[in-house]
Design a protein around this ligand. Structure first.
Ligand code: PMP
Length: 399
C-alpha cells in the first residue's frame, strides 16, 4: 500500500518536468529565479553583493518614493491587507473607484477598470471582445499576455510584420468589409524598445473599420507630454478603443488597467472572466499606484531624469558599438545574436555587479538573442558610467 505523502513521481507529466530540470542542470544554464536578499531603489543584493538592477521596469524610480510608500502603509492601516474576493460579487471599495477615475482622466478616456495583474488586463481586453467569426490582426512581436487573450478566443488570427503598417494594410485589403476586425499592438515593445507607428496603423484601421487594442505597459509614464503614453506621444487621442497597461512599471505597484469608452468598460465588467472570477486589487497595491500617479503628475523631474539617463546610456552604448536594435526608449536590448555568447556576457556582467536579463530565441527572433536592460530615473550618472564600463568589458571579453 502506498504511504500518504509518498506519491510516485512516475507519471508522465512529472517525469517530463524532471527531464527538463536535468537538462537545465547539465547545461549549467541557471539564469532565472535569482534569490535577492534585499532591494533599495536601483540596487539589489545577491549572495551578499550589491548590484545595479538594470532590468527592472521601475522607470520613474518610484518604488521607494516616500509618498508612495506612505500611501501603501496608510491603506493597509485603514483597509487591512486584502478584500479577499472579486469585485462583482463582494463589491468595489472606494480606493478602486478612485484610482479608476484618476486613470481615466489622465488617459483621456471615459472609464477604466483595474485588474490584479497587467497580464490579466491584456488577456481580457482581447478575450472579452473578440468572438468566433471576427478577425484579429496582431503585430508578430506582441507580449505573451496578448497572445493569451488571442488564444482564448475562437477568432481567426492574422499576424503582420512588426511595426509594419504596409503589411497590415495588405492583410486588411483582402478581407471582406463585413468581417468584424480587431487590431492588437503595443505602444512601446517591451523587448525591442521600439515605439509603434501608431498614426499610420490607426489611419489604416480607420479605413477598414477596425477595433483597436493597444498595450501601453511600457509607454505609460514614459512617453507623451505628461507621461500619458504612446497615444499622447503620437497625437492620437480618442482614436484607440482600448488602452491597456500595467501598474507594475512606471506606477511602482502591481496590477493592470483597461481604459476606454464607458459602454466598453461596462461590458468588460460584466463579461470578463479575469475580472468576475479573480480577487480585487489589494488596498496597498491600489494606493501605491494611485500615489505614484500623483507623483508622475506633480513631479515631472522624475520623467526628465529618466530621459536624461536614457539618452546618456544610449549614447554610451553607441560609442561602444553595441547593437541596441534601434531602441528609442528606456527599454534597451543589447543584441548579441548567439545564445552561448549572450550567456557569457550575462554572467560576466553579474560578476561586475550589473544585473540584466537574457532573452533567447524563440522568445526573440532567431539571431536576436539579447540582454534586456531598462533604465530608471533612480540611476545616478556614476552608476551609469559603471554600467557602461562593465558592458564594454563583458562584450570585449566574450569575443
Ligand atoms: N504587457 C507587456 C508589454 C509587458 O511587458 C508585461 C510585463 N512585463 C505585461 C503586459 C504584463 O504586466 P504585469 O507584469 O503587470 O502582469
Amino acid at each position: 500500500m502506498r504511504r500518504p505523502g509518498r506519491r510516485s513521481r512516475a507519471n508522465s507529466i512529472a517525469s517530463r518536468c524532471q527531464q527538463d530540470a536535468a537538462t537545465q542542470a547539465r547545461l549549467r544554464f541557471e539564469p532565472w529565479y535569482h534569490h535577492m536578499e534585499r532591494q533599495k531603489g536601483a540596487k539589489v543584493w545577491r549572495d551578499g553583493h550589491e548590484m545595479i538592477m538594470l532590468s527592472s521596469n521601475d522607470y520613474l524610480g518610484l518604488t521607494d518614493h516616500p509618498k508612495v510608500v506612505t500611501a501603501a502603509q496608510e491603506a493597509i492601516r485603514e483597509w487591512g491587507t486584502s478584500t479577499t474576493g472579486a469585485r462583482m460579487a463582494n463589491g468595489s471599495r472606494s480606493f478602486h473607484r478612485d484610482l479608476e477615475a484618476k486613470l481615466a482622466t489622465f488617459l483621456g478616456t471615459e472609464a477604466c477598470q483595474i485588474l490584479s495583474a497587467g497580464y490579466l488586463a491584456c488577456q481580457t481586453a482581447i478575450a472579452t471582445f473578440a468572438q468566433k467569426g471576427d478577425l484579429i490582426l496582431v503585430d508578430r512581436n506582441v507580449h505573451s499576455s496578448l497572445w493569451a487573450g488571442i488564444n482564448q478566443t475562437q477568432a481567426r488570427v492574422e499576424r503582420f510584420a512588426h511595426n509594419n503598417p504596409r503589411d497590415l494594410e495588405e492583410a486588411l485589403r483582402v478581407e471582406e468589409a463585413k468581417t468584424p476586425k480587431l487590431l492588437v499592438i503595443e505602444g512601446v515593445y517591451s523587448m525591442e524598445g521600439h515605439v509603434s507607428p501608431l498614426r499610420e496603423l490607426l489611419d489604416t484601421c480607420a479605413e477598414h473599420n477596425c477595433f483597436v487594442v493597444l498595450d501601453d505597459a511600457h509607454g505609460f509614464g514614459v512617453l507623451g507630454e505628461r507621461g500619458q503614453g504612446t497615444v499622447s506621444h503620437c497625437g492620437c487621442e480618442g482614436e484607440v478603443d482600448l488602452i491597456v497597461g500595467s501598474l507594475s512599471k512606471s506606477l511602482a505597484s502591481t496590477g493592470g488597467y483597461v481604459a476606454g469608452d464607458r459602454a466598453l468598460i461596462e461590458y468588460l465588467r460584466t463579461h470578463s472572466k479575469q475580472t468576475i472570477f479573480s480577487a480585487a486589487l489589494s488596498p496597498s497595491q491600489t494606493a501605491a499606484a494611485s500615489a505614484a500617479l500623483d507623483v508622475l503628475i506633480d513631479e515631472p523631474e522624475h520623467r526628465a531624469r529618466l530621459w536624461e539617463n536614457t539618452r546618456y546610456y544610449l549614447d554610451g552604448l553607441k560609442q561602444l558599438g553595441i547593437d541596441t536594435w534601434g531602441s528609442e526608449t528606456p527599454a534597451v536590448p543589447l543584441v548579441v545574436g548567439d545564445r552561448e555568447r549572450t550567456y557569457r556576457i550575462w554572467k560576466q556582467l553579474l560578476k561586475e555587479g550589473v544585473f540584466t536579463v537574457m532573452a533567447i530565441a524563440p522568445a526573440v527572433p532567431p539571431g536576436k538573442d539579447l540582454l534586456r536592460t531598462a533604465i530608471s530615473a533612480r540611476l545616478t550618472r556614476q552608476e551609469l558610467d559603471r554600467v557602461l564600463e562593465a558592458i564594454g568589458k563583458a562584450f570585449k571579453k566574450s569575443r
